[in-house]
Design a binder for this molecule. Structure first.
Ligand code: NAP
Length: 242
């Protein structure tokens, strides 16, 4: 029997790397993204080439109606979800005073409400089976806050508190909930940085380089396999940065 992992926001970057890592270890995989269908289908083909089934579903995980539909489809295709990785996220760089209400609502819905919707969709079944893992991809800014990323920091701080609290609620049912708080990982999310900003950043990073999406993937997989006494943790994955 293959296990099933569901990774939100997996058309590229960290989410795709996580999905591929689980596929390499024989998991059947559910991947999702909001817009880039072509990229998602490429990821699906890459995963299927590893010899495992893959379900690719396009839609907004910030929308509760979509999330319900997505998990109904997952349930019909694969039965249950063993590991949920809440990875989908967006950033907003700019002064808080310049942020519109729509932009605020969009980032809260995408980065925080999605974690609520997707977790809620899998919990009942996990509780019945008395096993499951929920892994939230967070950020070091959720721990310490970043200037010009106030809303982003607030959503990731929310994800961190959500993780710690839900872990307590679900520990009696043998479900582990943890977060991986990434530092600077080389993905499209950071393409807006100038060469000068990148040089400054590399100097500030004790590891002397950006993290790789593949490294996050390998770590998330390791966290999902075993470690049943490890729960409620927000683990920084940042090369010693923060
Ligand atoms: P990325 O390359 O920009 O990829 C983001 C992914 O999320 C894409 O697949 C995108 O889909 C999807 N997505 C965005 N909004 C969505 C929505 N409403 N519903 C479903 N999917 C949605 O970002 P990344 O760097 O891999 O980041 C992944 C996660 O790691 C995020 O939660 C981010 O906050 C976190 N993180 C990243 C870093 C970093 O340095 N990269 C650091 C700390 C934390 P489309 O392709 O369709 O747009």
């Amino acid at each position: 029997m293959r296990k099933t992992v569901c990774v939100t926001g997996a058309s590229r970057g960290i989410g795709k790397a996580i999905a591929v890592e689980f596929a390499e270890h024989g998991y059947q995989v559910v991947i999702n993204c909001v817009k880039r269908k072509e990229a998602l289908l490429e990821a699906k083909a890459q995963i299927e080439a590893l010899g495992v089934p893959c379900l690719a579903i396009v839609g907004d995980v910030g929308d509760p109606a979509f999330v319900k539909e997505m998990f109904a489809q997952v349930c019909e295709t694969f039965g249950s979800v063993d590991v949920l990785v809440n990875n989908a996220g967006i950033s907003y760089v700019g002064l808080l005073t310049d942020m519109t209400e729509e932009e605020w609502e969009r980032i809260v819905r995408t980065n925080l409400s999605s974690v609520f919707h997707c977790s809620q969709a899998v919990i009942s079944d996990m509780v019945q089976r008395k096993e499951g893992k929920i892994i939230n991809i967070s950020s070091v800014w959720g721990n310490v806050g970043a200037s010009c990323e106030v809303a982003y920091s607030a959503t990731k701080g929310g994800v961190n508190a959500f993780t710690r609290a839900l872990a307590k609620e679900l520990a009696p049912a043998n479900i582990q909930v943890n977060a991986v708080a990434c530092g600077f990982i080389d993905t499209e999310m950071n393409r807006h940085l100038s060469d000068e900003e990148l040089i400054d950043l590399m100097e500030a990073l004790p590891a002397g380089r950006a993290g790789r999406a593949k490294e996050v993937g390998a770590f998330v997989y390791a966290l999902a396999e075993g470690h049943d006494y490890l729960t409620g943790q927000v683990i920084s994955f940042d090369g010693g940065w923060i």
